[in-house]
Design a binder for this molecule. Structure first.
Ligand SMILES: NC(=O)c1ccc[n+]([C@@H]2O[C@H](COP(=O)([O-])OP(=O)(O)OC[C@H]3O[C@@H](n4cnc5c(N)ncnc54)[C@H](OP(=O)(O)O)[C@@H]3O)[C@@H](O)[C@H]2O)c1
Length: 238
């Protein structure tokens, strides 16, 4: 039975992906900040025969990441899937309609970087041995088209854009560093999706995004490492 660890598993895309992997018979390590109040995850776990377990994880708190890694020592993880992310205080109501030049709140910048950049970096550093011990050896991080420098025609969205460009840069380095060890490392854009983060005006629903992402992840081979992929299987410019 292959295994996957998913961050931000309690709602949005993380919960949607958790549902799909459970339905497909995977061993799922579902991570979230408050498992005691993750009602949908609890309901999902009923009838799973232990294949879905909950793990308390705040990706801003590196002690929490180290504790998770210690609890999973020696456990192979085929796919390490970083989903947890932070956009900012306001949901997206129009493309580029927030985080304009001249409005920076640097405490928000800090939080955005802690969740979106240091989080996936620390998760990889803490759990790489688990990935190396697995059969599939895949490390996937939800980035965003907003992190594409080559594709930036909108402007604005300074902190979120910077965080996703930064996480892309570290993912690219990991793709290079771990290719010889057989680890496939990619960032993935889920589409603009109707979740709490994407808001009601987004292009696609969560089921379309998560089904597409699972298909992409399932089909990944080492030849794909370092590609900047989209939920529909296409690629983005860096
Ligand atoms: N939706 C879109 O249109 C879109 C587009 C491009 C990229 N993305 C990316 O896709 C990913 C998922 O987005 P989404 O739409 O599902 O977002 P969402 O609905 O806002 O859910 C965010 C998830 O991240 C978790 N999270 C936030 N901070 C955390 C922390 N410090 N530690 C642990 N978990 C934390 C949240 O947990 P709590 O419930 O505890 O807050 C929640 O589970 C993000 O990385 C996002 O940047 C989304």
């Amino acid at each position: 039975m292959p295994s996957i660890l998913i961050t931000g598993a309690n709602r949005g895309l993380g919960f949607g992906l958790t549902k799909l992997y459970v339905a497909d018979g995977w061993r799922v390590f579902a991570c979230c900040r408050d498992p005691d109040n993750a009602a949908e995850l609890s309901a999902l776990s009923e009838g799973c025969d232990g294949s879905l377990t909950f793990h308390r994880l705040d990706v801003e708190d590196h002690t929490s990441i180290d504790a998770l890694a210690a609890s999973l020592k020696g456990e192979p993880i085929d796919v390490l899937l970083n989903v947890a992310g932070y956009y900012g205080k306001i949901i997206v109501t129009e493309p580029g309609g927030f985080q304009k030049f001249g409005t920076s709140d640097y405490s928000e910048w800090d939080k955005t970087m802690r969740v979106n950049v240091y989080g996936p970096m620390k998760m990889a550093e803490a759990l790489i041995e688990n990935v190396l011990a697995s059969d599939q050896k895949k490390l996937v991080t939800l980035s965003s088209i907003i992190g594409s420098i080559g594709g930036n025609n909108l402007g604005g969205i300074y902190p979120y854009r910077a965080s996703k460009a930064a996480v892309n840069a570290i993912i690219k380095s990991m793709a290079v560093d771990f290719k010889e060890k057989g680890v496939t490392v990619i960032p993935m854009h889920p589409g603009w999706v109707r979740t709490d983060m994407g808001g009601p005006a987004a292009d696609i629903d969560a089921d379309t995004s998560t089904a597409g992402m699972k298909k992409v992840i399932d089909g990944l081979t080492l030849a794909d490492t370092g590609k900047y992929m989209v939920y529909d299987g296409s690629e983005l410019p860096w």
